[in-house]
Design a binder for this molecule. Structure first.
Ligand code: ADP
Ligand code: MG
Length: 699
């Protein structure tokens, strides 16, 4: 890299030690290069100037020109603000500053003409602009920016000390105009030509100060492509290394157990999708290369049996298998399902969880090390270092989004050779996210539901129709069905929401009195034993209603439960609502999901609930969730550094991502080690990138 760009930021003209400190603290801008990569969050068109009497409500950012007067500080000490008036002969508008008055007051001159830029707001029929940009119309620099001006994000602290977007713009400009400024290309020229990419230096200049909108679009495209390209190069190299270098366990035989299970134990015909995925796994595990496969399948699509049959492949070849679930309830349920399905076969299955006693634990450890135990099911307890397998051949991670990257990678260290890893997720992930989060994994999709399922009917109801809903629930219970009532208790420790749950439970108990009705309650404050007890009563059908928090969210399978009422549904994210809804609709009966809310809903909340009513398709819902909330908010993705994208947007830039991945693959196909002359620059920048990128290990 050009050493000039590594210069500490305080040495830039206009920065100095004080602003330098501020830039480091507030925006993590340490060097010239960091400033260069502090891209504007948007640009605004300043080519038109409005008259004050043309200003109307709901106008976006606009520019006006007028004379400044009546500059004064008002308000009590501690809440002071600076106000001024601007008039242009057609009218007057008020300008207001809450922060950084001192700086603004010093800089502004009364009776002078200013170009003012900002978003007008209306109060009692008159307009004002809060924190306007103030420019001298004769300033040559200002003229240069007038067409398309960048806006930079700054923090409140920065603004209070006079370091606003406007100053940031000047600093970037100073940097770009320096004669020593230059940026190296980091993509091979043929690639740039083929993909019609703007060269890097030009793009980095234009992303700040474009001449016109086309130039801005081209610069954005180039930088987004570059960002995706390096991520994908990394992921694909990861994958290549794994498939070329890592010695995998070869599961050669389809043996007795697998066949016996398929022929004699399966209680149903596999769906074609299940068969397809099992075949994909089968092909992987006999190659002698470690499998790393993600199985995506909507809730209820039948992932458990796919996991089970994969474990049998390992056992048939003399290896052990394990299955990891995010909660004790789920692990217990898996144990029951697996034990039940395997009851005719000579396979030893055990459960290990936090609550497992010392004696039982010792036995499990011994049996694992001797190889006596075939399948171990459990929670996080499985990856404690004390747990040693004789020869782990297959590790299943169910509902993976609850597991951190770190925890997953621990599984690898359990053997001389890494076991095959099957990651199962019921949270459908939008394609772009999957490609980025799991870009080094192979993916299988179970895109078909077992036959005979009726789509769940989802309805939106306001609190006012509660009575009618109770009536409906009574009808369903009379038919022998069971009901979930879910409360949003996001922070389990939060006393207020907990109170809501308890009150809800009490009012349900009143409405559905014993002995005719039995009501269970389940929440995070209960001890594991109590949880299991309540859950069991519901599973066995001893209680008809389960009042619960989101602890029932993942995986729990009770086919007889056909109604779910979600209280304050507006407080849940889309993917979470979909997860919850997946608890019903698992049997042959018509199932219902009722989304309760009060009348005061934000537009976004309304959109979310409406989407839930319109589709049962988890992938569509995931796409919509990504669009509404952005990738950072999606469950389980926040901790991954990969999603700290500077410019590209996983919700909007799908096409660029697909192209970047494809291009990266082509480059690696031709030159896996990046050794060719034409890829020299690329290799250099790739090494740089690997060093600097925040990069959570993915699997
Ligand atoms: P998930 O994919 O959400 O983990 P499960 O594996 O728990 O789904 O399966 C949901 C229900 O569907 C279970 O009761 C299971 O026995 C049943 N099931 C799975 N596959 C089939 C199939 N091919 N035909 C009929 N029922 C099936
Ligand atoms: Mg499951």
């Amino acid at each position: 890299m050009n050493p000039f760009l590594n210069t500490p930021i305080e040495y830039l003209k206009g920065v100095g030690p004080a602003r330098g400190e501020l830039l480091k603290k507030e925006l993590q801008i340490f060097t010239f290069n960091d400033l260069l990569f502090h891209f504007p969050y948007r640009h605004i068109d300043r080519s038109k100037t409005y008259k004050i009497n043309e200003i109307g409500a709901d106008m976006p950012y606009i520019q006006i020109k007028g004379i400044l007067s009546n500059l004064r500080t008002v308000g009590p000490i501690g809440q002071q603000r600076l106000v001024a008036e601007l008039h242009d002969g057609t009218g007057t508008i008020e300008l207001v500053w809450f922060q950084g008055h001192k700086w603004v007051k010093e800089a502004l001159k009364p009776s002078k003409v200013y170009l003012v830029f900002g978003k007008p707001s209306e109060f009692n029929g008159s307009y004002s602009i809060i924190h306007p940009n103030m420019d001298d119309p004769d300033d040559i620099e200002t003229k240069k920016y007038l067409h398309i001006m960048p806006l930079y994000s700054v923090t409140e602290k920065m603004r209070a000390r006079g370091l606003d977007s406007r100053v940031m713009m000047k600093l970037v400009n100073t940097l770009l105009l320096d004669t020593r400024f230059s940026v190296e290309e980091n993509l091979p020229e043929p690639l740039c030509v083929q993909q019609k990419l703007m060269n890097r230096q030009h793009a980095l200049q234009s992303i700040h100060f474009p001449q016109n909108v086309t130039e801005l679009a081209n610069a954005e495209y180039r930088l987004k492509f570059e960002e995706f390209f390096f991520i994908q190069l990394r992921l694909l190299r990861f994958k290549m290394k794994r498939t070329q270098l890592v010695n995998g366990i070869k599961l050669e035989y389809i043996g007795k157990l697998f066949n016996a299970f398929y022929n004699d134990c399966l209680p149903f015909e596999l769906t074609n999708a299940q068969k397809k995925v099992i075949k994909e796994i089968r092909i992987d595990v006999k190659k002698g290369i470690q499998m790393n496969r993600l199985v995506q399948g909507d809730v209820g699509s039948g992932k458990t049996v796919v996991a089970l049959m994969s474990m049998l492949m390992a056992i048939d070849n003399g290896y052990q298998a394990c299955m990891m679930a995010p909660t004790e309830i789920l692990a217990t349920q898996h144990l029951e399902t697996v034990t039940h399905l395997l009851k005719k076969l000579p396979v030893t299955v055990k459960l290990l969880r936090g609550a497992t006693g010392a004696k039982e634990r010792r036995i499990i450890h011994e049996q694992l090390e001797s190889g006596e135990l075939d399948i171990l099911i459990g929670t996080h307890a499985l990856i404690e270092s004390k747990v040693k397998f004789k020869n782990l051949g297959m590790a299943i991670i169910d509902e993976q989004h609850r597991f951190g990257v770190e925890q997953r990678s621990k599984l690898w260290q359990k053997n001389k050779f890494p076991p095959h890893v099957l990651v199962m997720t019921a949270t459908p992930i939008p394609r772009t996210l999957a490609m980025t989060l799991y870009g080094d994994l192979d993916t299988s999709v179970i895109d078909e539901m077992p036959a005979g399922r009726k789509p769940i009917q989802t309805l939106m109801r306001y609190d006012s129709s509660r009575l009618a809903i109770f009536g409906f629930l009574k009808n369903e219970i009379a038919k022998g069905r069971q009901v979930y009532i879910v409360y949003p208790l996001i922070e389990e420790s939060e006393t207020l929401t907990f109170k809501n749950l308890v009150e809800g439970y009490e009012s349900i108990c009143k409405e559905f009195p014993e002995p005719k009705y039995q009501v269970s309650i389940l929440h995070g404050r209960l001890k594991a034993k109590e949880k299991a007890f309540e859950m069991n009563r519901f599973v066995k059908g001893e209680t008809q209603i389960m009042v619960a928090t989101t602890v029932i969210e993942v995986g729990v399978n009770i086919p007889n439960a056909s109604v779910m009422v979600i209280e304050s549904a507006q407080k849940f994210g889309l993917s979470q609502l979909h997860q919850l809804r997946g608890r019903v609709g698992r049997g042959a009966d018509q199932s219902y999901c009722i989304l309760m809310s009060d009348m005061k809903l934000t537009t976004e909340a309304k959109q979310r609930l409406k989407a839930m009513c319109e589709t049962n398709d988890g992938f569509k819902i995931a796409e919509m969730d990504l669009k509404l909330r952005g990738p950072g908010e999606l469950e389980g993705t926040a901790q991954s550094g990969i999603l700290d994208l500077k410019i590209a947007d996983l919700a909007k830039d799908t096409n660029i991502l697909v192209l970047a991945r494809q291009t990266a693959q082509e480059v690696l196909n031709e030159d896996p080690e990046l050794k060719l002359e034409q890829n020299k620059l690329l290799a250099y920048h790739y090494a740089l990138y690997r060093k600097t990128a925040k990069w959570g290990r993915i699997s």
